[in-house]
Write a protein that binds this ligand. Structure first.
Ligand SMILES: *[C@@H]1O[C@H](CO)[C@@H](O)[C@H](O)[C@H]1NC(C)=O
Ligand SMILES: *[C@@H]1O[C@H](CO)[C@@H](O)[C@H](O)[C@H]1NC(C)=O
Ligand SMILES: *[C@@H]1O[C@H](CO)[C@@H](O)[C@H](O)[C@H]1NC(C)=O
Ligand SMILES: *[C@@H]1O[C@H](CO)[C@@H](O)[C@H](O)[C@H]1NC(C)=O
Ligand SMILES: *[C@@H]1O[C@H](CO)[C@@H](O)[C@H](O)[C@H]1NC(C)=O
Ligand SMILES: *[C@@H]1O[C@H](CO)[C@@H](O)[C@H](O)[C@H]1NC(C)=O
Length: 508
């Protein structure tokens, strides 16, 4: 024992009343009735306590043993041969086992209700084979699931490794819920912008092609699905979501909000869209001060320098963070929102699958697209004047990302969207000739090391001992309108404050 501890114990001993009882030989005192009752009572309380403790330990042990017993299925690439076949020993079906005290039927987050909205165009007509084939024009691949196995038919190569990691996501979903996904065929487009417009497919009998992709907008009916970056983005050195999110959580602890730079921060590639190029006008110079600090990310240079300046966990250093979309939605959105600093979100044209569940002023601060610089300046000034409220927005946005958008929910969103989609198919899915069976081994074993690393890091090791969360019912038309109005009103409110503020400043 260390000396300090010893001293502490000695002090404790000297001061404690216990010492008195142990000084000198014990004096015998006749046991009176009150003492006896107290002793009995003490004994009884101790006895009950011991019982409870033993029970608790027992329950923990049972839980632990079920967890320990759960088998893991790592990548099995060498089998006397380089096996790239999918004949491994991974279970083809799985039913969750009941662990006492564990909640099974959790409700999914609210934003899952958009699954119903997205599938509405096919609610009456169902989805025919003709419709699916019509989507092929734009698709990079067709994913087929028959009897719990996945197959891919590739049509063309996507940008970077988008298709690879999207397919990896599908195989991991199947490992998470083996045998629980229905038979289906779907077309997937890995490009940025949605393509099938409402106005080109009018009338109840229109052949609307269902096409899965990463984002949507108000004029199109493409189906919005989680993007590849949840399993990593090799080309920009971004790790799989589960790892990034815990890095950012740690990064968030490094600098308290009050100690962060009281500016709005953005770092990225401004050359992908006019709205980003326009944002660059707002940077601080000797002549102007919109309270923003904007930096150009040169990915080529970064990759040569070993990505020293692009660590996402080191980017939670400013009080405000700016989100601006790129050519369409941007993968960066979730990393920006995760920082505990309020996100100044330049109102986007394109949305991904979770943004529609977020509410301006609650989860982020909306900035009008046509008045960016002044909007940003006002937001920063407002936030520095109202630090409590600003921090609350930062925390709410962050907790949405860390909790509602955790990887479990990403998988469950995929599960429910695919499940609800499959319910609408009115033909029997079949394995197309020339399709390749997909599984972790067939994808990862032959992959180059840098691609393989992200795959291994994001691999689902065994079926999850839980049901998917419970999908909330569709919005009623009234509830839907109320939700949309709430979002619009909050954005309008900010615009009004801002206009009043600038009108005031002009008069002075
Ligand atoms: C090893 O793999 C090759 C190519 O996939 C195959 O032709 C061969 O039959 C396999 N050998 C064994 C022993 O499984
Ligand atoms: C959970 O949901 C499933 C499917 O909806 C149902 O069959 C099961 O009884 C539910 N379990 C509990 C404990 O409520
Ligand atoms: C749509 O199809 C149904 C059944 O095939 C037909 O009765 C109806 O007239 C069609 N409607 C239009 C607007 O073409
Ligand atoms: C710019 O404005 C911010 C307040 O919004 C202030 O803290 C900062 O000192 C100003 N910087 C310069 C260089 O004027
Ligand atoms: C914006 O201003 C900061 C501070 O002066 C500077 O370091 C940065 O390079 C500027 N960004 C751009 C894109 O010019
Ligand atoms: C911030 O506070 C200052 C001083 O009270 C005030 O002049 C300014 O208008 C406030 N700005 C905003 C955006 O609320």
């Amino acid at each position: 024992m260390k000396k300090n501890n010893l001293k502490y114990l000695n002090d404790f001993w000297r001061k404690s009343s216990l010492q008195r009882h142990f000084r000198g030989p014990p004096r015998w005192q006749p046991l009176n009735k009150r003492h006896a009752t107290t002793a009995l009572l003490c004994f009884f309380v101790l006895f009950v306590f011991a019982l409870v403790l033993v029970g608790w330990i027992d329950a923990k042990l049972i839980q632990l043993s079920t967890i320990v017993k759960k088998q893991a299925f790592p990548l099995n690439c060498f089998d006397g041969n380089i096996t790239q076949s999918c004949s491994g020993d991974y279970p083809t079906s799985y039913k969750p086992k009941i662990i006492p005290g564990h909640s099974y039927n959790q409700s999914c987050p609210e934003f899952f209700r958009w699954i119903h909205e997205d599938l509405k165009p096919w609610k009456e007509s169902g989805i025919t084979r003709e419709m699916v084939e019509a989507a092929k024009w734009h698709a990079h691949f067709r994913l087929t699931i028959v009897d719990g196995k996945a197959y891919v038919e590739k049509f063309r190569k996507s940008l970077q490794t988008r298709d690879l990691y999207t397919l990896w996501g599908f195989t991991q979903l199947l490992r998470r819920y083996p045998g629980r996904l229905p038979d289906l065929e779907l077309m997937f487009d890995c490009n940025d912008r949605p393509v099938f417009r409402h106005r080109d497919f009018k009338g109840p009998n229109a052949t609307r092609p269902p096409l899965f992709r990463y984002c949507g907008d108000d004029h199109t009916f493409d189906l919005v699905f989680p993007d590849w970056s949840f399993w990593g983005w090799v080309e920009t050195n971004i790790k799989p979501w589960r790892d990034v999110i815990s890095d950012i959580k740690e990064g968030n602890q490094k600098i308290k909000w009050n100690d962060r730079v009281p500016f709005a921060y953005w770092r990225g590639n401004p050359h992908v869209s006019p709205v980003r190029a326009d944002l660059m006008r707002c940077n601080i110079t000797e002549k102007q001060n919109y309270s923003t600090l904007l930096y150009v990310q040169d990915w080529d240079k970064e990759s040569k320098m070993g990505y020293q300046h692009s660590n996402l966990e080191d980017q939670c250093t400013h009080r405000y963070k700016i989100y601006v979309e790129g050519w369409a939605w941007s993968v960066s959105q979730k990393y920006i929102l995760a920082c505990d600093s309020p996100t100044l979100l330049i109102i986007p044209h394109y949305y991904d699958f979770y943004l529609r569940g977020m509410v301006p002023l609650e989860h982020y601060w909306p900035i009008r697209d046509n008045n960016k610089c002044k909007g940003l300046q006002f937001a920063v000034e407002w936030g520095n004047n109202n630090t409590e409220k600003a921090q609350a927005i930062g925390r709410a946005g962050s907790s949405f990302i860390h909790e509602e958008l955790n990887l479990d929910n990403v998988y469950d969103y995929m599960f429910h969207l695919m499940n609800e989609y499959a319910k609408l198919l009115n033909f029997k899915p079949t394995i197309p000739p020339g399709a390749v069976e997909l599984c972790a081994e067939s994808m990862a074993c032959a992959a180059d090391d840098i691609y393989k690393k992200h795959m291994v890091d994001s691999m689902v090791m065994s079926p999850v001992n839980a049901n998917p969360c419970t999908l909330p019912p569709p919005y009623t038309p009234e509830a839907f309108k109320a939700f949309i109005d709430k979002q619009a009103n909050a954005a309008r409110q900010v615009a009004m404050w801002e206009d009043a503020y600038w009108a005031d400043r002009k008069q002075q």
